[in-house]
Design a binder for this molecule. Sequence first.
Ligand SMILES: NC(=O)CC[C@H](N)C(=O)O
Length: 223
Amino acid sequence: MKVSVLQFPGTNCEYDTQYAFEQLGANVEIVWHKEKNIPEDTDLLVIPGGFSYGDYLRSGAIARFANIMDSVQEYAANGGKILGICNGFQILLEAGLLPGAMKRNDSLHFISKFHNLKVVDNNNTFLSLLKENELVNIPVAHHDGNYFIDANGLKELEENGQILLRYCNEEGSESNLNGSISNIAGICNKEKNVFGLMPHPERAMEDLLGGDDGVRMLKGFLQ
Ligand SMILES: NC(=O)CC[C@H](N)C(=O)O
């Protein structure tokens, strides 16, 4: 399995992402944003977390115009699998590959901690190894994680099974971490080949680091 991980100026999770997928047996290549094409043998394309272009203008708003992005659009249109983690999710929203937009957290503070998530829908590659309603504990680290979509858009996400993950409290009831509409932490596109989430599964790969709930998420792609 070949995983290509994009790298922009300001990306800071590319090596953690590489390490995580290598631990699972994947062959990982890091691809600089100036490249024109993603590697031809890519089975999964990951846009990792960080602060591309310093989050200037809006998180992901500049990265969306990078050289590599035409090839990313083409890859998605041909059914290629894409995972956007945190800043990667923001870039996918700005690129129009996922619906909705990201606003600053309600609190106006950067939030960095482990947090519970509920699996809303596992009828997709990403979460196929998890059970519906199962809770996973995954770190979040962002200041622009307040997901927004209008009422019609939200209805569509619900009807098409595109809401993947919601924020939950310790007891497992849904909770609002950052202002996100409907407590949304992750979504996919209608075709279910483009996935985006704010939490960082690549930081939850071993107990020593606080938990390994990220393993089954990322493994979903390697089946
Ligand atoms: N961890 C990250 O990817 C940070 C994401 C983002 N730039 C934010 O703070 O909102």
